[in-house]
Design a protein around this ligand. Structure first.
Ligand code: LR7
Ligand code: MN
Length: 576
């Protein structure tokens, strides 16, 4: 099916892994295929033309510059070349204790060099790519709250070690009111000695990652802002593909492929290059398989930039001026969540592009739970952020969010008039336009006849997913009118769907299951007869009937017979 990839995707692409020769330091290699003169390239100001688009960056690097050197494998420390760290049996208790501090294996992280080597995980063809000889400079902005020393500084070192020095303007660390001593003066003293200008900014009080990033962005002197989470590792050649896309079109927001650094062993695990970002009815960001049409648009070139409907949010490059032009971030959003979809919709709807550059690969430590507090409550904050997002950007489709997740109705969005004015000012397109043009595969259907409960005329019970998962039977139960598991959309594609699940019948006598929607009709096609109130399954010609007494909660397929048990009411909000 189309939606069979879950987050995080840790599938290995063995063929793409190739060890870098220990002795090889790539200082001699120029991306232009020319010899380097020697020494870091000077910087000069100059306008230039690229891809038909004339751009003027305040400073551009000269044609000749050094690619970042390959980080050589060092001996004696675990985890080199991205290998997993094994914790000795007698240290397992300590390991468990330390895990709680950051919700990852801190003991393992502390054993690994801050400069650890990684394999070159890029697709073979990425290594011979030619990038524009003049790329803009970038500043790296990394926000953190109570991050561990080794993950934070390994992020910083991986940037320093694997970015062409001439492209790297500075590294800005934004401490979001951390409560750990070593993140105070010790950190400032440490970064002052780094070979690349690096400094620490501090929010006065806990402000959340969104406002912390805004603080960091204010201090950027490079032409492009590159955001990273505080527990990343950048690999060979990660930066050039990001900046190159911005040269092509300054309205492009570019993400790397986000590989997985195991929260358990710190192994560097490559992620699939065939996934893009989407979202479900609850507005959770999810990875899904890239549809055929996008593969075809890229001529099936796995190294070509991929247009993605949404981004994960933590790792991306954006032209600094464009960042502000397009509305930076919604300052009304707190702590964590929502800002990534907000920016994704905004960029697409207001004339930008959102891409994944597959030749850029950065690892990220994916955690199963958050180690830090959400002052005000986790759900409350995420719901508040999402409320702001849907009120400004989702138009009619916000009903999918609210009805599927009724708890969200209680959250207040606060004042969103500024953000609505921004949408107006930028003359952004509608969410319908986004679904039509950017994300036709979305779980939020472009056209639908109905969204709400489906009530049986005889039993007065409602179709109910019962919170069941894939390939289980659909149920029915007392109509509670609260939405959630009793909310279904009847779509123009004639699906009866709840989030990513579609009612599906494989045979005339079989059960009615909930199967991942494949958008291809077949067993998932149903015709609602608004006169007879039938829900007829196209493939079998059978009708959906109320549950029988033996199995009181499982509706089934039966020959259509005009009985009341085969009448289903969905007229309240029905729109033809
Ligand atoms: O109050 C806070 N203040 C902060 O500075 C809370 C968090 N932070 C920092 C934190 O230290 C970290 O560096 O913000 C960064 C992101 O927080 P994480 O790492 O705890 O969360 P995450 O990895 O789940 O975050 C993902 O979703 C967030 C939604 O708001 C942001 O968009 C993150 O940037 C995003 N991370 C990624 O996209 C990396 C890939 C994850 C995926 C999918
Ligand atoms: Mn993170």
């Amino acid at each position: 099916g189309e939606y069979d990839v879950e987050l995080p995707n840790a599938e290995r692409l063995a063929d793409d892994n190739q060890l870098v020769n220990d002795n090889e330091i790539n200082t001699e290699k120029s991306l232009d295929g020319e010899d380097n003169g020697g020494g870091p390239a000077p910087i000069m100001g100059q306008g230039f033309v690229s891809g038909g688009i004339s751009m003027t960056y305040r400073s551009v690097v000269l044609k000749k510059w050094f690619q970042a050197p390959t980080v050589r494998e060092s001996r004696g420390k675990p985890g080199e070349m991205g290998k997993p760290v094994k914790i000795p049996a007698d240290m397992k208790d300590l390991m468990k204790e330390k895990f709680k501090e950051n919700q990852f294996n801190l003991l393992a992280s502390d054993m690994i060099s801050l400069n650890r080597s990684l394999t070159d995980v890029r697709h073979e063809n990425c290594r011979h790519k030619h990038y524009p000889s003049k790329l803009p400079t970038t500043s790296i902005v990394i926000v953190f709250h109570n991050e561990a020393w080794t993950t934070l500084l390994r992020t910083v070192w991986s940037v320093i070690n694997r970015s062409p020095r001439s492209l790297l303007k500075e590294i800005i660390l934004v401490d979001d009111a951390s409560e750990r001593d070593f993140l105070g003066k010790q950190l400032e003293d440490y970064v002052a000695k780094l070979p690349v200008r690096t400094f620490v900014l501090r929010t006065e009080k806990r402000s959340g990652l969104i406002r912390a990033r805004l603080l960091g962005a204010e201090h950027v002197t490079g032409e492009v802002i590159t955001f990273l989470d505080a527990h990343c590792e950048c690999t060979e050649g990660w930066l050039e593909p990001l900046l190159a896309r911005i040269v092509q079109n300054r309205r492009t927001v570019v993400c790397p492929i986000i590989d997985v650094i195991s929260d358990d062993t710190f192994e560097y695990i490559t992620a699939s290059d065939s996934t893009w970002g989407g979202f479900n009815w609850k507005l959770n960001f999810r990875w899904y398989r890239v549809p055929q049409r996008e593969m075809a648009r890229r001529n099936n070139d796995r190294t070509a930039p991929l247009r993605t409907p949404t981004m994960a949010g933590g790792l991306f490059s954006i032209d600094k001026e464009y960042f502000y032009e397009i509305g930076s971030y919604d300052e009304g959003m707190d702590i964590w969540g929502g800002e990534n979809l907000e920016m994704s919709f905004r960029v697409w709807m207001c004339g930008g592009l959102l891409e994944i550059a597959p030749c850029s690969r950065v690892g990220h430590v994916f955690r199963k739970s958050t180690p830090y507090t959400f002052p005000g409550g986790t759900t409350e904050i995420v719901n508040h952020n999402n409320a702001r997002l849907v009120e400004v950007w989702l138009d009619d489709w916000k009903e999918f969010y609210y009805s599927f997740y009724p708890g969200a109705r209680k959250a207040s969005a606060g004042d969103v008039s500024d953000r609505k004015a921004l949408r107006e000012r930028l003359q952004c397109k509608s969410f319908r336009w986004y679904l039509e043009n950017v994300y036709p595969e979305s779980l939020m259907p472009l056209d639908y006849y109905y969204l709400g409960e489906i009530r049986n005329a005889e039993t007065e019970t409602c179709l109910d997913t019962m919170g069941r998962k894939y390939n289980e039977k659909v149920g029915s139960s007392y109509c509670h009118g609260l939405g959630g598991n009793q909310v279904f959309a009847y779509t123009k594609r004639q699906q009866i769907m709840s989030d990513d699940l579609c009612l599906d019948a494989a045979s005339s006598n079989g059960p009615v299951n909930m199967v991942r929607c494949h958008n291809m009709g077949g067993n998932q096609e149903w015709v609602y007869d608004a006169e007879e109130k039938w829900i007829r399954h196209t493939n079998t010609g059978q009708c959906l009937q109320r549950a029988t007494r033996d199995d009181a909660s499982t509706p089934l397929l039966r020959p259509c017979n005009y009985s009341k048990g085969q009448q289903w009411l969905m007229e309240s909000k029905f729109k033809w």
